[in-house]
Every structure is written in structure tokens, then in C-alpha cells.
Design a protein around this ligand. Structure first.
Ligand code: XMP
Length: 329
């Protein structure tokens, strides 16, 4: 293991020696641990010449935008432009049901928004930003062959096919990847050293396409996203209250696009179902479903049906990976 003080110092030295004194740097923040820690490190090194952007794609969790912006601004003092592009993403997703097509649309919209951000910035600065910060980790870099001189000898099995390479290729930005020799647990330690809040560093991973992969089929119909957000928030808060959040790799609700019959307060209902998914895992490649105790589940299903209009049934996903994937799409 490396000492994070040394890693921080070394990466700051590298950044100072590559980024010129008048160069500007941009960074897309996802709200996740990696991009946040990478941006914090760069900000510590070059200050206001770092320009971050956070895109609300309309597929975020309950109050996610407000929560991450507060961390960026109040806790980390990062310079972040928040772009509300929900309508833009959702209108492109209307009628789209094929999972990979949904991903592609979301990826392309993101690129076009990021591109526009970079162009606006160029206008403001009177020059092109020269570098792009990415929160690439060591497992994203290697397949089987560690970079020469990295000091790493063993290969690791994670394949983060999702996170890398999602930015404009023709922008000709040079990359700054201060985390590219680190594993996730080391990124958390580095974040802690730079005073990124502990609660933030322990957040579960969240997929780039967001809630789109948790609403099978068309995400834009009715108030599917709104229902999902409410149920998901109740689930996550219950997990935190029970003190088991850190024992779980990922937990989330999934919207079931199926109407079933229920009876709620003397009324016959015809409403949607919600599936609860929670897994333990080392790296996301394989996963086991998490075993909740019965009382926890009973209370949770009651709360979700009582508090989320449009839901009359709660299901629990008891499949591991394989044969299932962690996400539903
Ligand atoms: P699956 O569903 O493939 O997920 O078992 C493995 C891990 O990857 C995350 N995931 C994604 N992350 N873009 C991402 O950034 C994606 O398209 C995507 N699909 C899955 C998932 O949340 C889990 O951590």
C-alpha cells in the first residue's frame, strides 16, 4: 500500500509540471466519488483555473442535484457550473425502450452538452481549455497488463466499460488522470486526506445512465421517474437508519412497468409495483443479493405503499450476479 500523503504530493507535482501557468482545465463531475476526488486534487493544485460542470440529466435520484451541489460548493469549494438539461434528455428518450439505445442517447446528449460548456468557457476565457480531468482508476486502465513502471503487478478483474471514453474525441484535450494508479479504497483514503466528507466517500456506485436503467422500457411515461425516486429514497433512508448502508455494495429501487390489482383503504387499486434490489460485491463483476431481516422488509413495504402514490406492491429481487446483472437494464 502507498501512503496517500505521498500520492497527493506526487500527483500535485505532476500536474504543476504539465499544466502551464495560463492553461485552463475542465472536468465533468458525475456526483460520484472518483470524479469528485480527482477534481478536488486538481483544484487544490491549480485553483480557479479548474472549471467543473455537473449535468442534471433528469435521471438523477431524489434531491441528488441539490445534495451534490451542496457538497461541491459548501464542503469542497469547487467551481462548478450546474446545467439543468432534464428536458433535453427526456425528450430524446421518449418512446425509446431498447436498453443499449437508451444508454447511447444519454451518452450522446451528455457529449453535446459538455461540448457546449467547453465552447462557452472558451468564449469567456478567450482561449481553449487545454486539459480535461478524468477520475479514471487503475482497474479502468488495465485489462491484464499493468502500465509499465506503475509499481502494480497484479491484474484486477473489474471492467469499467461504462465510465471511460464518454467524452468528445475531437476536442483535442489532453487528459489529467490523477487517480489512474489507485484502487477504489485508495481513492477513498485520498479523498479523506483532502477532507472530502466521509458520507460522500462511502456512497454506493451509481450508473452514468442513472434511473434510466432502473425503469425498464420507456422512462418518460406517466410519472415513472417520480414514483421511482420516492420509493428509492425511502429504501435508502431505511438502510441508513438501520446502520447497514456500508455493508451493501449497491441498493436501489426499480420501477416495474406493470399494473397489478391491490386494495388500499377500502379502495381497489390498479397500480405499479416497485422492486427492491440490494447486493454485496467486491467489484461489481459478481454480486450476491443482500439478506435483510424480516421486520425491516415488512416496515419498508408498508411505508412504500403508504407513502408513494401509484404503488400498491413491493417486490424483492433475490437473484445474484450471475445470472442477473446488478442493474435491471
Ligand atoms: P451490471 O448491471 O452490469 O452493473 O451488473 C455492474 C456495475 O456497473 C454499473 N453500471 C453502469 N455504470 N454506466 C455506468 O456508469 C452504465 O451504463 C452502467 N451499467 C451498469 C452498475 O451500477 C454496477 O455498479
Amino acid at each position: 500500500g502507498w501512503k496517500m500523503e505521498d500520492v497527493l504530493e506526487e500527483q500535485q507535482r505532476v500536474i504543476k509540471s504539465t499544466v502551464g501557468p495560463d492553461d485552463h482545465v475542465i472536468c465533468a463531475l458525475s456526483g460520484g466519488v472518483d470524479s469528485t476526488v480527482a477534481a478536488t486534487l486538481v483544484h487544490k493544485t491549480i485553483g480557479e483555473r479548474l472549471h467543473c460542470v455537473f449535468v442534471d440529466n433528469g435521471l438523477l435520484r431524489w434531491k441528488e442535484r441539490e445534495r451534490v451541489m451542496e457538497t461541491f460548493e459548501r464542503d469542497l469549494h469547487l467551481p462548478v457550473t450546474c446545467i439543468d438539461a432534464a428536458d433535453q434528455f427526456l425528450s430524446k428518450l421518449k418512446g425509446v425502450t431498447e436498453p443499449e439505445k437508451k444508454r447511447k442517447i444519454i451518452g450522446n446528449e451528455f457529449i453535446s452538452i459538455f461540448d457546449a460548456f467547453a465552447h462557452d468557457l472558451e468564449q469567456k476565457l478567450g482561449k481553449k481549455p487545454a486539459y480535461l480531468v478524468q477520475g479514471t482508476l487503475y482497474p479502468d486502465v488495465i485489462e491484464s497488463c499493468p502500465p509499465p513502471g506503475s509499481g502494480r503487478t497484479h491484474s484486477h478483474t473489474i471492467k469499467s466499460h461504462h465510465n471511460v471514453g464518454g467524452l468528445p474525441k475531437d476536442m483535442k484535450l489532453k487528459l489529467i488522470e490523477p487517480l489512474k494508479l489507485l484502487f477504489k479504497d485508495e481513492v477513498r483514503k485520498l479523498g479523506k486526506l483532502m477532507e472530502v466528507p466521509q458520507g460522500f466517500l462511502k456512497r454506493h456506485p451509481f450508473p452514468g445512465p442513472g434511473l434510466a436503467v432502473r425503469v425498464p422500457g420507456d422512462v418518460t411515461l406517466e410519472n415513472r421517474l417520480e414514483i421511482l425516486r420516492k420509493a428509492d429514497e425511502i429504501f435508502i433512508q431505511s438502510i441508513k437508519d438501520a446502520g447497514i448502508y456500508d455493508s451493501i455494495w449497491q441498493a436501489f429501487a426499480v420501477f416495474m412497468p406493470v399494473l397489478t390489482v391491490g386494495v388500499q383503504g377500502d379502495q381497489r387499486t390498479h397500480s405499479y409495483a416497485i422492486t427492491l434490489r440490494a447486493v454485496t460485491s467486491q467489484d461489481g463483476m459478481t454480486a450476491d443479493w443482500y439478506y435483510f431481516d424480516q421486520k425491516f422488509l415488512v416496515d419498508l413495504s408498508t411505508r412504500i405503499c403508504n407513502e408513494v402514490p401509484g404503488v400498491n406492491r413491493v417486490l424483492l429481487d433475490i437473484t445474484s450476479k450471475p445470472p442477473s446483472t446488478i442493474e435491471w437494464e
